[in-house]
Design a protein around this ligand. Structure first.
Ligand SMILES: [Zn+2]
Ligand SMILES: [Zn+2]
Length: 263
């Protein structure tokens, strides 16, 4: 046993393990920073520019590590120790994760600067997660099969693959449910209000000033519930996930009932 351990935990493996751990920490910090900036709706261009550059550097570096490993794997795969194989594939998984997070970050930036109240964002995110989870699973299965073909059973990877499957199934179910929910939400009556930042143009119909009771900002375009209360679509979306009732008068919302006056 100790011979096997000594063989698999030589200085190179320990170094690789340290590098991978360090890599995960760096990536985790960048992902956390992204969530922070997007969460607080920070529109500071400089901050975002810095983060985009950081993402590009990370992806370039992940790509180099993955490429070097892949070349080694193709040439000397059969002589590689299991731990080195797993660590090498971990580089590829980190690369996949970085591309996924970078893509999601850009989608969030698009929403932040151009498409306020974008309803389909969560749907797009779910689809992206689904694709990348699938790629992650394929990478795990690939290395699992390879190690199996050499007569060993990597239990750690088996756990990962089961986890991949569960995540994929959950994402698919969530995607379907979310789609149904959004479809129903879109059927609610549309309302338009005045824009407080713009002075009314002569000759154009003057719109009433409407306030959304959830976020307390004025509504330029929103939705009206059957009780007559009006909200932003995205505010209503977040609210209705928690409770299916009007946030103002607590009247139950019947999303299945067709609403009049759809535009
Ligand atoms: Zn609102
Ligand atoms: Zn109401």
């Amino acid at each position: 046993m100790s011979v096997v351990l000594q063989k698999s935990l030589d200085i190179y493996n320990i170094m690789s393990l340290t590098i991978i751990l360090f890599e995960w920490v760096i990536h985790w910090l960048v992902f956390k920073r992204t969530k922070g900036l997007i969460g607080e709706e920070n529109r500071n261009v400089k901050e975002h520019f810095r983060l985009i550059v950081l993402y590009l550097l990370l992806i370039a570096q992940d790509f180099c590590f993955s490429y070097i490993f892949w070349e080694q794997f193709r040439k000397h795969g059969n002589q590689m120790s299991d731990i080195y194989l797993i660590l090498g594939f971990e580089c590829i998984r980190i690369l996949i994760k970085s591309i996924e997070e970078c893509f999601k970050y850009h989608v969030s930036l698009f929403e932040l600067y151009y498409a306020e109240q974008w309803l389909e964002k969560k749907f797009v995110f779910n689809c992206v997660s689904l694709v990348f989870d699938f790629m992650d699973m394929v990478a795990n299965i690939r290395v699992f099969m390879f190690i199996m073909s050499r007569g060993a059973l990597p239990i750690y990877l088996l756990g990962e693959i089961v986890d991949n499957f569960t995540r994929l199934a959950t994402s698919l179910h969530a995607l379907w449910k979310w789609r149904q929910f959004i479809k129903k939400l879109k059927k609610l009556k549309n309302v338009k209000g005045s824009d407080p930042d713009k002075s009314p143009v002569e000759g154009e119909e003057e719109l009433p000033e409407i306030q959304c009771c959830i976020c307390l900002h004025s509504i330029r375009s929103g939705k009206e519930l059957s009780c007559g209360h009006k909200f932003h679509l995205s505010c209503l979306r977040s609210w209705l996930i928690e409770k299916v009732e009007c946030p103002t008068c607590r009247k139950p919302v019947e999303l299945d009932k067709p609403q009049e006056n759809n535009v």
